[in-house]
Design a protein around this ligand. Structure first.
Ligand code: PEP
Length: 251
């Protein structure tokens, strides 16, 4: 393992009522009474953020939003601002998840505004990038990632990017059970780290954390985490059950 502190983040997507979220959060807290040296983050649905943050109070477990809007307030029915996430107890926010990009039409330009809005209110953005199956087949993986990174981080300074986490989530691996192999994921993580190095310098490239996401499970997490450029995981399905998530955290 490298010197960067790993992050294991669970994305609960649109699963769990408030009651179910609190039950899972309390169980996770019990299971992680002596947590390993890993940052643990859970991203519940919006309505469960405050009660989950309450259940985690004093435990070191952190809470993320699954999305935010870039404006600070206004007539934007159905949207949630960064300050609202902070006030509900979030430290992080997922930005540009592939489900947002592909099901809700989020573009790189939206992702860029969301990253800026998150940073402006002190949230750590977890910016997701990743290619589709067709793009990988057409050998466009690196050009797609280059574009997503360039547009998403456009005009940001190294000091701002320091406050960011990147998540490589190949779209073909999300929720499909088809995880990238350790070496496929490592190849892309190395590319992303080199990309950061070229744009923002080696010091930042060496410290920024790049998570892998896409069908990570207790039985494949170790191999992925052994790769030199993989600093953690963003986990969907396998984060819903506290017992399974605890196994991921204690890989
Ligand atoms: C995700 O939602 O970010 C994700 C990676 O999902 P899954 O682990 O279910 O593939």
């Amino acid at each position: 393992m490298n010197a960067r502190k790993p992050i294991i983040a669970g994305n609960w997507k649109m699963y769990k009522t408030v009651t179910e979220s609190v039950t899972a959060a309390r169980r996770l807290r019990e299971l992680l009474a002596s947590p390993p040296p890993v940052e643990v983050i859970v991203a519940p649905p919006f309505v469960s953020i405050a009660p989950v943050a309450d259940a985690f109070q004093g435990s070191g477990l952190q809470v993320a939003g699954q999305n935010l809007f870039w404006e600070t307030e206004g007539a934007f029915t159905g949207e949630v601002s960064g300050d609202m996430l902070v006030s509900a107890g979030c430290s992080h926010v997922i930005v540009g998840h592939s489900e947002r990009r592909h099901l809700f039409g989020e573009t790189d330009a939206h992702v860029h505004k969301k990253v800026g809005a998150a940073l402006a209110c002190g949230l750590v953005p977890i910016m997701c990038v990743g290619e589709t199956d067709a793009e990988r087949d057409q050998e466009q993986t690196f050009s797609v990632l280059d574009k997503q990174m360039g547009n998403g981080l456009h005009s940001l300074t190294a000091a701002q990017v320091e406050g960011l986490v990147i998540a490589y989530e190949p779209v073909w691996a999300i929720g499909t059970g088809n995880t990238a192999t350790d070496s496929q994921a490592q190849e892309v993580h190395a590319f992303l780290r080199a990309w950061i190095g070229k744009k923002f310098g080696d010091a930042l490239a060496n410290t920024i954390r790049i998570l892998y996401g896409g069908s990570v499970k207790p039985d494949n997490v170790r191999g992925l985490m052994a790769m030199p450029d993989i600093d953690g995981a963003l986990v969907g399905g396998a984060s819903l059950d506290p017992t399974s998530f605890e196994k991921l955290v204690c890989f």
